[in-house]
Every structure is written in structure tokens, then in C-alpha cells.
Design a binder for this molecule. Structure first.
Ligand code: AMP
Length: 468
């Protein structure tokens, strides 16, 4: 289908899409909308950035509007489950935007905020409820919500849902739904566990798939810089000073790491905000709003917090730490180059992270070009001890050691724990892996020779290319 009108969507929806500026359906929309409109169950492999939200929201709105029914007290006609609060909020915003000319109600519920207002919002029932699993069950347990009359279930980012340990919540929720319903599953990847879930919960589903995880990587211009941990902060200042970095999303592996980066940047006069699981909902919303409006051009995030964040015009993704899960790299760099736009991803890689880089290159089947370190990048002095209680005072940033090693095996293990029910966000702060590090290219505490250093002119050429 090349036009939204070809789908037979109701006129008020087409009007809203025109106002959104959507000219043509994206591939996942072309594939999914006709089946979803026909009432089929669907299993879609698509990641954020492909237009998957509209792929389920548009047919749902159409079907709800075509068969209007008074909302039942404390009930909902459509239930959309999302792994994170940010994504839940964005999905609800999309339903509201696409359904603005329809007389349908949408509510969103997630943890971290008072439950009272959510109970009141549900009292008279809603057409569309977007929810994170934990809060949804709280509302059910408090008898403020009941799911017996749900007509359509959407499970968004199913792989993330499992990674975050929501499987038991999910199973409980599905038991509360009527067997007679339409179910739509979306997942960026299709590991066995998701396929099993789909087999259990979907009836004769249509399978649609777009842009396998690796192809996002092809649209993003990527660079990696080999840099010792102690120089990452200085390199980050240097890179962010460039005005072409209009909207930069910086990723760290841990929550404390994100806070530390924000503090260092503040000391260097660069305003940045952090978004991660330890931040309150108002703090997260403030940070996101500032980043969206352009008031704050640097947002520092952990993988989980950033998942599903949809901010247009992210010009650069900077991997301050490389993720130990290669798929996370693809998700991260997918924050730039959204909806077809070009983007640039710059990764800082210390000696111990090279194994992660190899895993990433294996997954994407692309070699990330190495850029030289710009001249004049210095080791930063240590952060004052009181603001970084986890660190041994006196050591330069990034050179503190925890008493135990964080080897590759351990990292892998902790990820496996995440899958088994423990949210990766809750992992203790980890320095990059040390004990079982595959290679240490240079002594961390010793004098450091940098690639590209001392070669005149070369040091900034990568940056010019990277930021165009
Ligand atoms: P999603 O994958 O749902 O997170 O959507 C990614 C971005 O693409 C969002 O900013 C949407 O507003 C945008 N988008 C979705 N569908 C279209 C379309 N058909 N044309 C242009 N932009 C779209």
C-alpha cells in the first residue's frame, strides 16, 4: 500500500495522519495494518523507529470507532502493555494524536506516580488503556480495573518485557483477559521465549517482519574511538563542544555512570540531564522535555531508560560505555537516524570493551570505522570524593577499582539474571569488566599512547566527518 487511504481507514483518522505529516505508510504499517484491520492476530518483528506504534494504533482506533460501545466502568476495550513508562506515555500520546477527531478515550498508567489519579481516570472506563505490567496488576488487585471485557490486547516490545522480568506479570494479566480477543505482539527480536509466548497467546497469527535488527546499523554513520577509561570524560567534553552536536544522546552502562557523566559535564560548563531508573517520574519527564525542546542538548541515559524514547532530531548517539549486550548497541544507535533521517553514532571503547565491539560487529556484520583521538585530550582530575562515594578518592575518574573483577563471564551472567527476572537497571554499578578482560592493550595507569595523537591535522578530521 502506498497511501493510508488505501487501507480503508476512517476519514477522521486520515485527517489526523495528514496533520501529523505522514505521507506514506512505513513498511511495517503497510504489512500490518490490513491484517490488523481484518481482526487477525499478528506477530510483528519491528523495533522502535519503524513506525510500529501507528501500525497497531491506527487499525485499533478504526475498529473501536467502527463498533462504538459505551466504556464499562473500570474497564477498557483495548489494553496495550509496554515495558517502560516512557514508552507507555509515548504510545498513549500516539493514540491521542491519531484519534484526535474520534470520540475515544485513552488513559495511561505506570508506576512511580500516585495511583489515585489513575484510579479516578479508570473509574468510568476507557477505550484504550496503555499500561506497564506492574502498575496494571496493582490496579487490578485494588479492584480499580477489570479486564474481563478487553477486546484487543497489544504487547509492545515483548523482548524487552521478558528482559525486564515481566513474564510472570504478563502471564497473570493474560489469564484475566477473555479468550475471545484480538492480540497483536510486537518485538524487536524473536528469541525462543518470545516465539513460545506468541505460540501460546496468539491464534493463527500473521507474521510480519521489517528491518531486522542489524539493518538499522547500516543507516547510521558509525565511529569508534579507542580511549582509556580515564580519558573518556575529556573526550566527551571535546566532542560535545562541537556545535553540530545539536541533540546528543549519551549512553552509559550504569545509572551511577550516567550521573557521573552529568556531573563532569556540569563542571565543564556543559548542561546535561540524566534519565535512568533511579530518577523520579517528574525528573524523567523534565529531562525529556528539556531535551525535546532543545533547551538541553545533551541527555545521558541508561539502556533501559532510553528504550522506546522517541525524540526527533537526535543528531548524535554517543556510547560513553559500550554495552555488553550487542543488541543494545543497535537499539542505542537507532535513537538517531529515526524515520529515515541520517544519524551519527560515536563509541568510546577502552581496552576491555574491545570484546564487546567484536560482538557488535559480528551482530551487525559491519566493521565500525576507527577514528583517531583528537589532540590535546587530557586525563581529568578525579571527582571530589564526597560526590562520588563509590570511588576511591584520589584516583582519576574511571581508574577506581572495585574489589572484585567484572569479567566478561560475570557480565554475561548478570544479563542472564536480568532475563530471569531481575531488571538490568537494578544491577549494581559496574566498572567496565576487568579481571577476565580479553586484552589489555595498554596499562591503565601508565602513560597512554593514543591512536592518531601527534599526527598533525588528523586528530579532528574524524570529527569533521562524523559531525558533517
Ligand atoms: P515508532 O516506531 O512507532 O516509535 O515511530 C517512530 C517515529 O516515526 C515516530 O516519531 C512517528 O511519529 C514516526 N512515524 C510513524 N509512522 C510514520 C509515517 N508513516 N510517516 C512518517 N513518520 C512516521
Amino acid at each position: 500500500m502506498t497511501n493510508f487511504s488505501d487501507f480503508g481507514l476512517a476519514a477522521p483518522i486520515l485527517k489526523a495522519l495528514a496533520a501529523e505529516g505522514y505521507a506514506t505508510p512505513t513498511p511495517i504499517q503497510s504489512q500490518a495494518i490490513p491484517h490488523a484491520l481484518a481482526g487477525r492476530d499478528l506477530c510483528g518483528i519491528a523495533q522502535t523507529g519503524t513506525g510500529k506504534t501507528a501500525a497497531f494504533a491506527l487499525p485499533i482506533l478504526h475498529r473501536l470507532a467502527a463498533a462504538p460501545r459505551p466504556a464499562l466502568r473500570k474497564g477498557c476495550r483495548t489494553l496495550v502493555l509496554s515495558p517502560t513508562r516512557e514508552l507507555a506515555g509515548q504510545i498513549a500520546d500516539s493514540f491521542r494524536a491519531y484519534g484526535r477527531h474520534l470520540r475515544l478515550s485513552t488513559a495511561v498508567v505506570f508506576g512511580g506516580v500516585s495511583i489515585g489519579a489513575q484510579e479516578r481516570a479508570l473509574a468510568n472506563g476507557v477505550d484504550v488503556l496503555v499500561a506497564t505490567p506492574g502498575r496494571l496488576l496493582d490496579l487490578v488487585d485494588r479492584r480499580s480495573l477489570e479486564l474481563r471485557h478487553v477486546e484487543i490486547l497489544v504487547l509492545d516490545e515483548a523482548d524487552q518485557m521478558l528482559d525486564l522480568g515481566f513474564i510472570h506479570a504478563l502471564k497473570r494479566i493474560v489469564k484475566l483477559l477473555p479468550a475471545q480477543r484480538q492480540s497483536l505482539f510486537f518485538s524487536a527480536t524473536m528469541p525462543k521465549a518470545i516465539a513460545a509466548l506468541a505460540g501460546e497467546y496468539l491464534a493463527d497469527p500473521v507474521q510480519v517482519a521489517v528491518a531486522p535488527v542489524a539493518t538499522t546499523a547500516e543507516r547510521v554513520e558509525q565511529h569508534v574511538l579507542f580511549v582509556p577509561t580515564g580519558q573518556k570524560q575529556a573526550l566527551l567534553h571535546h566532542v560535545l563542544k562541537d556545535e553540530a552536536m545539536e541533540r546528543a544522546l549519551v549512553f552509559t552502562r550504569t545509572k551511577h555512570g550516567a550521573d557521573r557523566v552529568v556531573r563532569h559535564l556540569a563542571r565543564a560548563g556543559i548542561e546535561a540531564a540524566a534519565i535512568h531508573g533511579n530518577k523520579s517520574q517528574p525528573q524523567r519527564e523534565r529531562a525529556l522535555a528539556g531535551f525535546r525542546s532543545g533547551h538541553c542538548r545533551v541527555l545521558v541515559a541508561t539502556d533501559i531508560a532510553a528504550r522506546g524514547i522517541d525524540v526527533e532530531g537526535v543528531t548524535h548517539v554517543i556510547n560513553f560505555d559500550l554495552p555488553n549486550v550487542p543488541e543494545s548497541y543497535v537499539h542505542r544507535i537507532g535513537r538517531t537516524a529515526r524515520a529515515g533521517a541520517a544519524g551519527v553514532a560515536i563509541s568510546f571503547c577502552n581496552g576491555e570493551e574491545r570484546a564487546y565491539l567484536r560482538d557488535i560487529e559480528k551482530l551487525t556484520r559491519l566493521k565500525v570505522p576507527v577514528a583517531p583521538i583528537p589532540d590535546g585530550i587530557e586525563m581529568l582530575p578525579a571527582e571530589p570524593a564526597q560526590s562520588a562515594p563509590h570511588h576511591a578518592a584520589g584516583r582519576p575518574q574511571g581508574q577506581q577499582r572495585h574489589g572484585h573483577g567484572h569479567g566478561r563471564t560475570q557480565q554475561g551472567h548478570s544479563h542472564a539474571q536480568g532475563r530471569g527476572g531481575r531488571a538490568p537497571e537494578r544491577q549494581p554499578e559496574a566498572n567496565p569488566p576487568r579481571s577476565a578482560a580479553p586484552r589489555r592493550d595498554r596499562p591503565v595507569d601508565g602513560p597512554v599512547r593514543l591512536p592518531g595523537q601527534g599526527r598533525d591535522g588528523q586528530s579532528i578530521r574524524w570529527l569533521e566527518r562524523a559531525v558533517r
